[in-house]
Design a protein around this ligand. Structure first.
Ligand SMILES: C[S@@+](CC[C@H](N)C(=O)[O-])C[C@H]1O[C@@H](n2cnc3c(N)ncnc32)[C@H](O)[C@@H]1O
Length: 261
Protein backbone atom coordinates (compact mmCIF):
# COMPACT_ATOMS: atom_id res chain seq x y z
CA UNK A 1 0.00 0.00 0.00
CA UNK A 2 0.98 3.63 -0.31
CA UNK A 3 1.25 5.88 2.70
CA UNK A 4 -1.86 7.93 3.43
CA UNK A 5 -1.91 11.11 1.38
CA UNK A 6 -0.39 9.15 -1.51
CA UNK A 7 3.18 9.73 -0.34
CA UNK A 8 5.22 6.85 -1.83
CA UNK A 9 8.38 5.29 -0.46
CA UNK A 10 10.94 5.51 -3.25
CA UNK A 11 14.02 3.47 -3.99
CA UNK A 12 16.03 5.41 -6.56
CA UNK A 13 19.52 3.94 -6.40
CA UNK A 14 21.22 0.61 -5.95
CA UNK A 15 23.38 1.96 -3.15
CA UNK A 16 23.38 -0.91 -0.56
CA UNK A 17 22.33 1.09 2.53
CA UNK A 18 19.48 2.75 0.69
CA UNK A 19 18.27 -0.58 -0.63
CA UNK A 20 18.60 -2.32 2.74
CA UNK A 21 16.81 0.38 4.75
CA UNK A 22 14.06 0.89 2.16
CA UNK A 23 13.32 -2.83 2.06
CA UNK A 24 13.41 -3.09 5.86
CA UNK A 25 10.90 -0.25 6.23
CA UNK A 26 8.67 -1.57 3.47
CA UNK A 27 8.59 -4.98 5.11
CA UNK A 28 8.00 -3.63 8.59
CA UNK A 29 4.98 -1.52 7.54
CA UNK A 30 3.87 -3.49 4.49
CA UNK A 31 4.54 -0.55 2.19
CA UNK A 32 5.07 -0.85 -1.50
CA UNK A 33 8.27 0.54 -2.95
CA UNK A 34 8.14 2.85 -5.96
CA UNK A 35 11.11 2.93 -8.30
CA UNK A 36 9.66 5.38 -10.79
CA UNK A 37 11.65 8.56 -11.33
CA UNK A 38 10.06 11.50 -9.46
CA UNK A 39 8.09 14.07 -11.42
CA UNK A 40 8.92 17.79 -11.40
CA UNK A 41 6.35 18.37 -8.76
CA UNK A 42 6.37 15.43 -6.38
CA UNK A 43 6.39 14.43 -2.73
CA UNK A 44 7.92 11.16 -1.55
CA UNK A 45 9.95 9.44 1.17
CA UNK A 46 13.44 8.23 0.43
CA UNK A 47 16.51 7.10 2.35
CA UNK A 48 19.33 9.53 1.62
CA UNK A 49 22.64 8.61 3.27
CA UNK A 50 20.83 6.34 5.73
CA UNK A 51 18.38 9.11 6.69
CA UNK A 52 14.68 8.73 5.95
CA UNK A 53 13.85 11.97 4.16
CA UNK A 54 10.62 13.54 3.01
CA UNK A 55 11.40 15.12 -0.33
CA UNK A 56 9.13 17.79 -1.76
CA UNK A 57 9.82 18.96 -5.28
CA UNK A 58 8.24 21.92 -7.03
CA UNK A 59 7.15 23.79 -3.91
CA UNK A 60 8.02 27.49 -4.30
CA UNK A 61 11.50 27.39 -5.74
CA UNK A 62 13.32 24.91 -7.92
CA UNK A 63 15.29 23.34 -5.09
CA UNK A 64 13.69 20.29 -3.51
CA UNK A 65 12.75 20.70 0.14
CA UNK A 66 14.04 17.86 2.28
CA UNK A 67 12.73 17.11 5.73
CA UNK A 68 14.17 14.56 8.11
CA UNK A 69 14.49 14.34 11.87
CA UNK A 70 17.89 14.61 13.49
CA UNK A 71 17.54 15.15 17.22
CA UNK A 72 21.26 15.62 17.69
CA UNK A 73 21.72 18.61 15.40
CA UNK A 74 19.94 21.91 14.84
CA UNK A 75 17.87 23.43 17.62
CA UNK A 76 17.30 20.22 19.59
CA UNK A 77 20.99 19.29 19.35
CA UNK A 78 21.99 22.74 20.53
CA UNK A 79 19.64 22.56 23.52
CA UNK A 80 20.92 19.08 24.35
CA UNK A 81 24.52 20.25 24.46
CA UNK A 82 24.07 23.74 25.90
CA UNK A 83 20.72 24.32 27.52
CA UNK A 84 19.29 21.72 29.86
CA UNK A 85 18.09 24.28 32.40
CA UNK A 86 15.10 23.26 34.48
CA UNK A 87 13.95 26.84 35.08
CA UNK A 88 12.62 27.46 31.56
CA UNK A 89 8.88 28.18 31.09
CA UNK A 90 8.47 24.83 29.32
CA UNK A 91 10.17 22.75 32.03
CA UNK A 92 8.28 24.61 34.76
CA UNK A 93 4.95 24.11 33.02
CA UNK A 94 5.58 20.36 32.68
CA UNK A 95 6.22 20.14 36.44
CA UNK A 96 9.98 19.61 36.34
CA UNK A 97 11.76 20.70 39.53
CA UNK A 98 14.97 19.84 41.29
CA UNK A 99 14.76 16.08 41.86
CA UNK A 100 11.36 15.80 40.12
CA UNK A 101 10.95 14.42 36.59
CA UNK A 102 7.31 13.64 35.82
CA UNK A 103 6.39 10.89 33.41
CA UNK A 104 5.07 12.61 30.29
CA UNK A 105 2.83 11.63 27.43
CA UNK A 106 3.49 13.93 24.49
CA UNK A 107 0.12 13.38 22.83
CA UNK A 108 0.98 15.41 19.70
CA UNK A 109 4.59 14.45 18.97
CA UNK A 110 5.02 16.14 15.55
CA UNK A 111 8.74 16.42 14.82
CA UNK A 112 9.45 15.36 18.41
CA UNK A 113 11.35 18.50 19.42
CA UNK A 114 9.48 19.08 22.66
CA UNK A 115 9.27 15.41 23.60
CA UNK A 116 12.96 14.89 23.01
CA UNK A 117 13.86 17.94 25.10
CA UNK A 118 11.86 16.54 28.01
CA UNK A 119 13.62 13.18 27.66
CA UNK A 120 16.98 14.98 27.58
CA UNK A 121 15.95 16.70 30.83
CA UNK A 122 15.40 13.26 32.35
CA UNK A 123 11.67 12.57 31.93
CA UNK A 124 10.28 9.26 30.73
CA UNK A 125 8.41 10.33 27.60
CA UNK A 126 5.85 8.50 25.51
CA UNK A 127 5.35 10.24 22.17
CA UNK A 128 2.16 9.68 20.19
CA UNK A 129 1.86 10.72 16.55
CA UNK A 130 -1.06 9.89 14.31
CA UNK A 131 0.34 10.90 10.93
CA UNK A 132 1.92 7.83 9.41
CA UNK A 133 4.55 9.84 7.53
CA UNK A 134 5.57 11.94 10.53
CA UNK A 135 5.65 8.81 12.69
CA UNK A 136 8.04 7.15 10.23
CA UNK A 137 10.33 10.21 10.25
CA UNK A 138 10.27 10.24 14.06
CA UNK A 139 11.03 6.56 14.29
CA UNK A 140 13.96 7.02 11.94
CA UNK A 141 15.31 9.94 14.01
CA UNK A 142 15.10 7.76 17.12
CA UNK A 143 16.77 4.84 15.32
CA UNK A 144 19.78 7.00 14.39
CA UNK A 145 19.86 8.83 17.73
CA UNK A 146 19.95 5.50 19.60
CA UNK A 147 23.24 4.67 17.92
CA UNK A 148 25.02 7.73 19.33
CA UNK A 149 27.56 6.60 21.95
CA UNK A 150 27.04 9.61 24.19
CA UNK A 151 23.31 10.32 23.88
CA UNK A 152 21.93 6.97 22.69
CA UNK A 153 20.62 6.06 26.13
CA UNK A 154 18.18 9.00 26.10
CA UNK A 155 16.45 7.36 23.15
CA UNK A 156 16.79 3.79 24.35
CA UNK A 157 15.85 4.33 27.98
CA UNK A 158 13.55 7.33 28.06
CA UNK A 159 11.56 7.53 24.82
CA UNK A 160 8.70 5.32 23.70
CA UNK A 161 7.08 6.13 20.37
CA UNK A 162 3.54 5.12 19.45
CA UNK A 163 1.68 5.48 16.20
CA UNK A 164 -2.00 6.28 16.55
CA UNK A 165 -4.57 8.80 17.63
CA UNK A 166 -3.99 9.99 21.19
CA UNK A 167 -7.77 10.40 21.57
CA UNK A 168 -8.07 6.62 21.33
CA UNK A 169 -4.72 5.66 22.83
CA UNK A 170 -4.37 7.63 26.07
CA UNK A 171 -7.30 5.96 27.86
CA UNK A 172 -5.68 2.58 27.09
CA UNK A 173 -2.14 3.45 28.25
CA UNK A 174 -0.86 3.37 31.79
CA UNK A 175 -1.19 6.66 33.66
CA UNK A 176 1.22 9.55 33.10
CA UNK A 177 1.86 12.38 35.52
CA UNK A 178 1.75 15.02 32.77
CA UNK A 179 -0.17 15.00 29.52
CA UNK A 180 1.28 17.47 27.03
CA UNK A 181 -0.76 18.80 24.10
CA UNK A 182 0.63 20.88 21.26
CA UNK A 183 -1.87 20.64 18.41
CA UNK A 184 -1.48 22.69 15.24
CA UNK A 185 -2.64 26.27 15.51
CA UNK A 186 -3.10 29.05 12.97
CA UNK A 187 0.10 30.25 11.20
CA UNK A 188 1.94 33.01 13.02
CA UNK A 189 5.22 34.88 13.05
CA UNK A 190 8.19 33.54 14.98
CA UNK A 191 7.17 29.89 15.03
CA UNK A 192 9.72 27.39 16.39
CA UNK A 193 9.45 25.37 13.20
CA UNK A 194 10.76 27.01 10.05
CA UNK A 195 8.08 28.39 7.75
CA UNK A 196 8.67 25.71 5.15
CA UNK A 197 8.57 22.89 7.70
CA UNK A 198 5.40 24.29 9.20
CA UNK A 199 3.81 24.69 5.80
CA UNK A 200 4.61 21.08 5.00
CA UNK A 201 3.52 19.77 8.37
CA UNK A 202 0.17 21.52 7.88
CA UNK A 203 -0.07 20.13 4.36
CA UNK A 204 0.51 16.59 5.65
CA UNK A 205 -1.37 16.52 8.96
CA UNK A 206 -4.04 19.22 8.46
CA UNK A 207 -5.23 21.59 11.17
CA UNK A 208 -5.92 19.29 14.14
CA UNK A 209 -9.54 20.43 14.31
CA UNK A 210 -10.29 17.85 17.00
CA UNK A 211 -7.93 19.31 19.62
CA UNK A 212 -10.84 20.14 21.98
CA UNK A 213 -11.84 16.48 21.90
CA UNK A 214 -8.25 15.51 22.73
CA UNK A 215 -8.32 17.92 25.67
CA UNK A 216 -11.58 16.42 26.99
CA UNK A 217 -10.16 12.91 26.77
CA UNK A 218 -7.04 14.14 28.60
CA UNK A 219 -9.30 15.46 31.39
CA UNK A 220 -11.09 12.13 31.68
CA UNK A 221 -7.78 10.28 31.99
CA UNK A 222 -7.15 12.44 35.08
CA UNK A 223 -3.36 12.98 35.13
CA UNK A 224 -1.62 15.12 37.76
CA UNK A 225 -1.47 17.91 35.17
CA UNK A 226 -2.37 18.76 31.60
CA UNK A 227 -0.20 21.24 29.73
CA UNK A 228 -1.35 22.89 26.51
CA UNK A 229 1.07 24.91 24.38
CA UNK A 230 -0.48 27.94 22.67
CA UNK A 231 0.85 30.98 20.83
CA UNK A 232 0.73 34.09 23.07
CA UNK A 233 -2.60 35.54 22.02
CA UNK A 234 -4.55 32.54 20.86
CA UNK A 235 -7.39 31.28 23.06
CA UNK A 236 -6.98 28.09 25.09
CA UNK A 237 -8.52 24.87 23.82
CA UNK A 238 -10.67 23.92 26.78
CA UNK A 239 -13.93 25.55 27.85
CA UNK A 240 -12.49 26.04 31.35
CA UNK A 241 -9.69 28.51 32.16
CA UNK A 242 -6.32 26.98 33.07
CA UNK A 243 -5.23 26.71 36.71
CA UNK A 244 -2.28 28.92 35.75
CA UNK A 245 -0.27 30.03 32.73
CA UNK A 246 3.47 30.02 32.21
CA UNK A 247 4.50 32.63 29.68
CA UNK A 248 7.34 32.07 27.24
CA UNK A 249 8.68 34.62 24.76
CA UNK A 250 6.23 33.94 21.93
CA UNK A 251 4.18 31.17 23.42
CA UNK A 252 2.45 30.33 26.65
CA UNK A 253 1.71 27.09 28.42
CA UNK A 254 -1.76 26.65 29.88
CA UNK A 255 -1.48 24.36 32.88
CA UNK A 256 -4.55 22.51 34.18
CA UNK A 257 -4.58 20.78 37.54
CA UNK A 258 -7.23 18.42 38.94
CA UNK A 259 -10.11 18.27 39.61
CA UNK A 260 -10.89 18.79 35.93
CA UNK A 261 -14.58 17.99 35.67
C1 LIG B 1 2.29 21.32 16.16
S1 LIG B 1 2.75 19.67 15.87
C2 LIG B 1 3.60 19.24 17.35
C3 LIG B 1 5.01 19.74 17.38
C4 LIG B 1 5.82 19.12 18.50
N1 LIG B 1 5.40 19.60 19.80
C5 LIG B 1 7.31 19.33 18.32
O1 LIG B 1 7.96 19.78 19.27
O2 LIG B 1 7.83 19.02 17.24
C6 LIG B 1 1.26 18.77 16.07
C7 LIG B 1 1.39 17.28 15.75
O3 LIG B 1 0.43 16.58 16.54
C8 LIG B 1 -0.14 15.56 15.79
N2 LIG B 1 -1.47 15.30 16.39
C9 LIG B 1 -2.50 16.17 16.52
N3 LIG B 1 -3.54 15.60 17.15
C10 LIG B 1 -3.15 14.33 17.44
C11 LIG B 1 -3.79 13.23 18.08
N4 LIG B 1 -5.05 13.32 18.52
N5 LIG B 1 -3.11 12.08 18.21
C12 LIG B 1 -1.83 11.97 17.74
N6 LIG B 1 -1.18 12.97 17.10
C13 LIG B 1 -1.83 14.13 16.96
C14 LIG B 1 -0.22 16.12 14.38
O4 LIG B 1 -0.29 15.06 13.43
C15 LIG B 1 1.09 16.92 14.31
O5 LIG B 1 2.13 16.12 13.81
Amino acid sequence: MNLPGEIPLKLLSSEPTERFETERLAQQYRLSISTSFPRKSDIFLRFINDVLTLVVQGLQDKVATKISIDFLSGHSGYRLQNDLRIGTPFAKAIGIKKGVRPTVCDTTAGFGQDGFHLAALGCQVTMIERSHVIHLLLEDGIRRGSRNPKFGKIFKQRITLKHGDAIELIPKLSKFQTLYLDPMYPPRKGSALSKKNLYLLRHIVGNDLDSTQLFHVAQRVDPARIVVKRPGKIAGIGSVPPSFEVAGKHIRYDVYLPPYL
